[in-house]
Design a binder for this molecule. Structure first.
Ligand SMILES: Cc1cc2nc3c(=O)[nH]c(=O)nc-3n(C[C@H](O)[C@H](O)[C@H](O)COP(=O)(O)OP(=O)(O)OC[C@H]3O[C@@H](n4cnc5c(N)ncnc54)[C@H](O)[C@@H]3O)c2cc1C
Length: 442
């Protein structure tokens, strides 16, 4: 069966590459060594944990199977919504008051943590916290967004509702019935960010290795031994941050998530007219569709668009098809003549959220990247690193749960494709239903 690890070893062709400096070109692990902590996975979560644990004085070794950021961390949309997948009341209902508040606090404080981290370590990643937009594709979804805005405004957070005209002005599309602007959010170059975190971790004393897949993880007395093809590390603590790219290193972890292949598309630079009318404030935008539109405009004028899931490796919509969807939002786009796509894998589970596990003493895993991971991976990596300086399991911001196999995991490709089609049909039906309302109110 195809696995995300079978993707091309090359870094993805994204609009980030040109502005993210050079690849780090880190060595392979070639010795047998000792540490306080071994981290498996060099994405944002792993690099954040490496940095924070090393800063706290721990001897840290991180092993990455490919290159730093090769997984979802360099392939995402770079949107920074300070939010979890679930709404605040749902989070409290699912996790209870103590953990619920911790989880909400994590997403709420994340923008400031990223701002502080990038400033402290001089990470040049175009972090811009100028707001994040969500459009309502039906009038009913305005009420849903109002509830969210209301929740945070009562806590003094800078969110606002925008009516149809205001939203159209900020986005350049008249597709929506209005929307919400969360002033805490923004955008980032995630490849530059993850490389910056890795460099900061190295400066803090952590040892990071590329092309060093962990192929065995075994208990040896009171220690763990992580083996790679050419070396090994022994340590009391091991963190697994392998997310959708999780292999069979630890029994059951791979099948605790369903990897979903998500496609991204970017155009050639827009004309200066279009640059001024589409997202002129450069806030990224998502919407309330089930298969949501996610759009941003990069500084060099490229329009970047999330196309949705295609499970078959190698399969991608033609530029024409991607442009057709984009034209639903921006009918005046004209012919942008080609475009480039890439794919990355998100990890879904039945809770549709991140989970933390501690299956054996000293062994931890955090995964479940479902599209809110740039900030949350930073935060959860930092959170687990606190264990090295005395924090207890009960202090973590997520409850530790047992690793749970997703039922019918081997049918996930067919399952995800069917769900995606069903969601898309529902979205299309709703769009058709509100067409006449749009005409009447325009
Ligand atoms: C297409 C797409 C769009 C997204 N858009 C957004 C967005 O706009 N905003 C947002 O906040 N989030 C977004 N996300 C989610 C976000 O990118 C992830 O949540 C986040 O990057 C996860 O980071 P991570 O470090 O946990 O995992 P990853 O970055 O996936 O890193 C896991 C790493 O583990 C390595 N690995 C696996 N097995 C082994 C092994 N045995 N030994 C050594 N290394 C191993 C892999 O090679 C990989 O590099 C998106 C994700 C995708 C795929």
């Amino acid at each position: 069966m195809y696995s995300p690890a079978d993707d091309s070893k090359a870094d993805a062709d994204t609009p980030y590459v040109a502005y993210a400096g050079k690849p780090l070109d880190l060595p392979r692990l070639q010795d047998d060594t000792r540490a306080d902590l071994v981290i498996v996975g060099g994405g944002i979560a792993g690099c954040s944990a490496a940095l924070h644990a090393a800063e706290a004085g721990a001897k840290v070794v991180l092993v990455e199977a490919m290159t730093i950021g090769w997984g979802a961390s360099s392939r995402n949309s770079g949107h920074l919504p300070p939010a979890t997948k679930h709404e605040p009341d749902e989070i409290i209902r699912r996790y209870g008051r103590v953990y619920g508040e911790r989880i909400l606090n994590t997403s709420d404080t994340a923008p400031q943590v990223l701002a502080d981290l990038t400033k402290k370590h001089n990470i040049d990643c175009n972090l811009r916290l100028g707001g994040h937009l969500t459009g309502a594709h039906m009038p009913e979804r305005m009420e849903f967004l109002e509830k969210r805005v209301d929740y945070w405004r009562k806590r003094g957070r800078p969110l606002e509702m925008l009516d149809r005209d205001q939203f159209a002005k900020m986005t350049g599309t008249e597709f929506y019935f209005g929307g919400a602007l969360d002033h805490r959010g923004g955008s980032i170059n995630p490849l530059a960010y993850v490389r910056g975190l890795a460099c900061a971790a190295i400066k803090a004393g952590a040892q990071l290795f590329e092309h060093s897949r962990a192929i065995r993880l075994e208990r040896e007395g009171s220690e763990w031994c992580v083996t790679t093809p050419a070396g090994s590390v022994r340590a009391k603590n091991v963190f697994l941050f392998t997310n959708a790219y999780t292999d069979d290193l630890w029994p059951g972890l791979r099948t605790s998530v369903v990897p979903v292949r998500v496609l991204q598309f970017y155009t050639k630079p827009l004309s200066s007219n279009l640059r001024q009318s589409i997202l002129p404030g450069r806030q990224p935008m998502i919407d309330t569709h089930r298969v949501m539109h996610a759009v941003r405009v990069h500084d060099d004028g490229r329009l970047h668009y999330s196309i949705g899931a295609r499970m078959r490796p190698g399969s991608a919509p033609t530029p024409e098809k991607a442009m057709m969807r984009l034209r639903e939002l921006y009918p005046n786009l004209g012919d942008l003549d080609g475009g480039t796509w890439w794919a990355g894998w998100m990890a879904f589970n039945e809770a549709n959220s991140w989970k933390m596990h501690n299956p054996e003493p000293g062994l931890y895993a955090a995964l479940g990247c479902n599209g809110r991971g740039v900030m949350l991976a930073t935060m959860y990596g930092r959170d687990l690193a606190r264990l090295l300086s005395g924090a207890r399991n009960d202090d973590l911001c997520l409850p530790l749960t047992a690793i749970k196999h997703v039922p019918f995991h081997s049918f996930s490709v067919a399952g995800v494709s069917a769900v995606r089609k069903w969601y898309r049909m529902q979205d299309d039906r709703e769009d058709r239903r509100v067409q006449h309302l749009k005409k009447a109110t325009s």
